[in-house]
Structures are given as structure tokens and as C-alpha cells.
Write a protein of this length. Structure first.
Length: 450
């Protein structure tokens, strides 16, 4: 069948000519370039028009829609494939990536971290093993677990098993768990310096597993569990990721602190106080990170580890806490600064842009008006980079670099729809942070010399 429809074609040279849409000898426009004809017919609503009902045209249009949809989805950043870096190390997103990174690096650091996590979980009797095909009963819901990987500031590789709490129903009871504010930490250290108290820090290992969960959930073990892969495991302890785990741990730790004579501060409930007669001793709680101020911090550590069987790590005079380096200056004053955190920001910048930021003398350019910027809108990948930089700089402000607060807060307004000019401005802020990264906050308790 030969079609009687002619189409006007504009060639690359700019010339135009009428060509037959379809010919029996397969030399028509549709026969030579069916994709372009299908797109043209769809955009001009010609699919059902007389003379356009060609064999395979509608099917080709549907296929073309599917191809375009897949192409758009492929452009979206994928959480499972996007590379993540911490302190210069590539961090995997799942077990398979972790093993691949170990093989590429010629070591077993992530494998060892996984084994240490599983060993600790078993030590706390976190799961009840029902074996292959075990049935926990109709009241239990099946969920998933996965490993979350990290690299600490000192190069230690960590792995933590996290439950898919998003698959469970939200408990009727209140599940919120508070933490000490950074302002509370600053006031606590000032009070400690004012009263000649020692300031120690410690981290409670696998804290959540000290408490039991009220949620009825189970999993099917994955390859991380080695010889138990495929077993039905009922979750007994407050595993990370479950919606009620934070509150369960908070209540357990609160009971422990009350048993040792501490009471929560009326000003801030996550700063705990104990009246020793001649002084108060304090504990600031940020989930499982404790900041202790006392004339004898070792006695508190001994009570927590010996009597309450807490596995404490990184215990001693505070040197790194909540992203900040802590140290004494030449005059003996306690100081803190996010030196290592800023280095992490610089490493992430290097991974994103392939080079270090240029040093800047100011976080804001002269005549700065980001609201008037008309540069090109960022694509999805650019938006994610912009939001990541904003988030990391906001935390830098919280832990001491407040000099960039105005610049960052101004640019935070454009997180939803940033432009190239906004990204250039946030790069400038990172450059300023790089140049003045050695600034510190000094806690002085003597009267200033006016």
C-alpha cells in the first residue's frame, strides 16, 4: 500500500522539499526515519488522521515514550550508585559495594567492620534465630535491614546494621528522643572551666542494643550474616532504624543516670547534674556521646562500665566531640574548632569538582544580590551538590564557624531552585572557610582586660 500523504522536509542545508510519507518500495520518509515521523505525528496529533494510520506507528510512539521516560530516570541521581566520600575514603552503599572496595584496595577493612558489628549484635542477643523458613506468627511484620558504612576522622572503618523502620507502623506512643543542644555543650564547658573541672568525652558502643524493643518485627538474614543467610531472625533489641529505638535507649540511659544520683537540669533535660557538696558534676548526653565535667571523671566512667556494663570507647580528656577538635592553648585555656570537619568539607569539595577551592578573603562578594541572579538553573545533579554544600556549611556554623552565617543563610533561601550564580557564591564561601580554617573559639573565664 502506498500512502497519498506528502510531508514538507527541511534538510540540514536549509533547503526544503515535499516527500511521500510512505512508499511500497520502502523509500518513503516514514520507511527511512520512522522515529522522527512518529515524534512529529505525536506532537501534532496526527496519529488518527487520515493517511497517517501506518503499520507500527502507534506502537513506535508508545516505545518512544518509554525510552524518553527511561532516559529521564537515568538522569536522576541514584542513591545506590552515587559515590560517597568521608575523610578522603570512598564509602560503600551496600554489602556488595563494600566487598568490591575491599578487593580493589587489597584489604578487608569494611569486611572486618561488618564482622565486628555482627559480633557485637550477637553479643547483645539482638535476634532470636528461628532457622530456615521459621514463622514468628501473624502478629509480626517482615522488614529489611542493611549496613550503613562510615569512615571516622582517624581512618577507622565502621559498619552499623540498621533496620528499615519506614516499613513499620508508627507507634501510638510518643517516640521522640531529645539530645543536648550545642549551646548546652558550650555552657557546660564554660561552667567546667570556671569551676576547675576536668572535661572528658566517651562514646557508648552499640548503645541502642542495651534496651528492648516493643515492636514485633522480623527479618530474613542477608549475606552479612554469613552462615545464617536465609534464616528468619526476630528482632528483640532496639535496633538502629526502628521508630521507637531512640526513645527506648533514651529512657534506659535516663534510668541509669538516675540510679547513679544524677538529675536532669531544669534548663536543659539532656544535661544531667549531681550535687557533690563542694561542686556539681555534669553529663551532657547526645544520643550515645557523653561529655562529662567533674573533678574525678574516671569514677563516673568506672560506674558506667563496671556496674552498668556499658562498652565505652574513646574515653579520656575531650579531644574530639560532635565534629569539633578540643584542646588547650599555650595559656591553658580550653578551645574548640572544627578543624577536622573543615578538612572533610574540603575533601568532599575535591571529590565533587576535582580541585580544591580557591582561597577567598570574604564569604560575600561586593554588591551581593543573589535574589537578582538570572544565570542558568542547575540540573538535578547540580541541585544536589548545592544542597549538600549548604548542609555541610550550616553544621560548620553550628560548631563554631559563625563568621559565615550571613552568607550561608542568605544562600539557603535558594535550596529548592538554585542557579549557577548561587553555586558560584557557595563555592566562594567554601573558599573563605578554607583560607581561615584555623580559627578557634577560646573559653576564657578570667575578666577581660579593657
Amino acid at each position: 500500500m502506498q500512502c497519498s500523504i506528502n510531508v514538507l522536509i527541511e534538510w540540514e542545508s536549509g533547503e526544503t522539499s515535499w516527500q511521500l510519507l510512505h512508499r511500497q518500495d520502502k523509500t518513503g520518509t516514514y520507511d527511512c526515519d520512522p522515529v522522527t515521523v512518529a515524534i512529529y505525528a505525536r506532537e501534532n496529533n496526527l496519529l488518527d488522521a487520515k493517511g497517517w494510520k501506518l503499520p507500527g506507528l502507534k506502537k513506535l510512539v508508545k516505545t518512544q515514550k518509554r525510552i524518553l521516560r527511561h532516559a529521564k530516570q537515568a538522569k536522576l541521581p541514584s542513591f545506590h550508585t552515587k559515590p560517597i566520600y568521608m575523610y578522603g575514603f570512598k564509602v560503600p552503599c551496600n554489602h556488595e559495594q563494600a566487598m568490591a572496595i575491599d578487593r580493589r584496595n587489597g584489604n578487608t577493612k569494611f569486611a572486618d567492620a561488618e564482622n565486628a558489628e555482627i559480633f557485637m549484635i550477637d553479643e547483645f542477643s539482638t535476634f532470636k534465630d528461628l532457622g530456615f523458613g521459621g514463622n514468628p506468627g501473624p502478629n509480626y511484620k517482615k522488614i529489611r535491614v542493611h549496613m550503613v558504612y562510615a569512615v571516622k576522622h582517624d581512618g577507622r572503618h565502621k559498619a552499623r546494621l540498621v533496620a528499615g523502620g519506614h516499613l513499620t507502623e508508627t507507634p501510638i506512643d510518643f517516640v521522640y528522643s531529645s539530645v543536648v543542644s550545642l549551646r548546652g555543650v558550650q555552657l557546660l564547658t564554660f561552667v567546667a572551666e570556671l569551676n576547675d573541672l576536668e572535661v572528658w568525652a566517651t562514646d557508648i558502643g552499640d548503645a541502642y542494643l542495651k534496651s528492648y524493643t516493643q515492636e514485633k518485627v522480623y527479618i530474613i538474614a542477608g549475606p552479612e550474616f554469613v552462615d545464617r543467610q536465609g534464616h528468619t531472625l526476630v528482632i528483640r533489641k532496639a535496633l538502629y532504624g526502628l521508630k521507637s529505638s531512640g526513645l527506648c535507649w533514651h529512657e534506659h540511659l535516663s534510668d541509669v543516670l538516675r540510679d547513679t544520683g544524677f538529675i536532669p537540669s531544669k534548663a536543659e533535660r539532656d544535661i544531667w547534674m549531681h550535687d557533690c557538696g563542694d561542686h556539681y558534676k555534669y553529663i551532657a548526653v547526645y544520643v550515645d556521646d557523653l561529655l562529662i565535667a567533674s573533678k574525678d571523671p574516671s569514677s563516673i566512667i568506672k560506674t558506667l562500665s563496671k556496674e552498668h556494663k556499658f562498652k565505652l570507647k574513646g574515653t579520656g580528656a575531650v579531644s574530639f566531640h560532635l565534629g569539633c577538635d578540643w584542646f588547650h592553648d599555650d595559656d591553658g585555656n580550653l578551645c574548640y574548632a572544627p578543624h577536622q570537619y573543615i578538612e572533610k568539607v574540603m575533601d568532599n569539595y575535591l571529590c565533587l569538582f576535582g580541585k580544591r577551592p580557591h582561597n577567598a578573603h570574604s564569604p560575600i562578594v561586593q554588591g551581593n544580590h543573589p535574589e537578582l541572579d538570572t544565570s542558568e538553573l542547575l540540573d538535578n545533579a547540580g541541585i544536589q551538590i548545592y544542597q549538600s554544600l549548604i548542609g555541610s556549611l550550616q553544621w560548620a556554623i553550628q560548631i563554631g564557624q559563625f563568621v559565615i552565617a550571613t552568607a550561608v543563610m542568605t544562600l539557603s533561601r535558594f535550596r529548592a531552585c538554585p542557579r549557577q550564580g548561587h553555586l558560584d557564591r557557595i563555592k566562594l564561601v567554601v573558599g573563605y572557610l578554607s583560607k581561615f580554617k584555623h580559627g578557634v573559639i577560646c573559653i576564657r573565664t578570667d575578666k577581660p582586660d579593657y
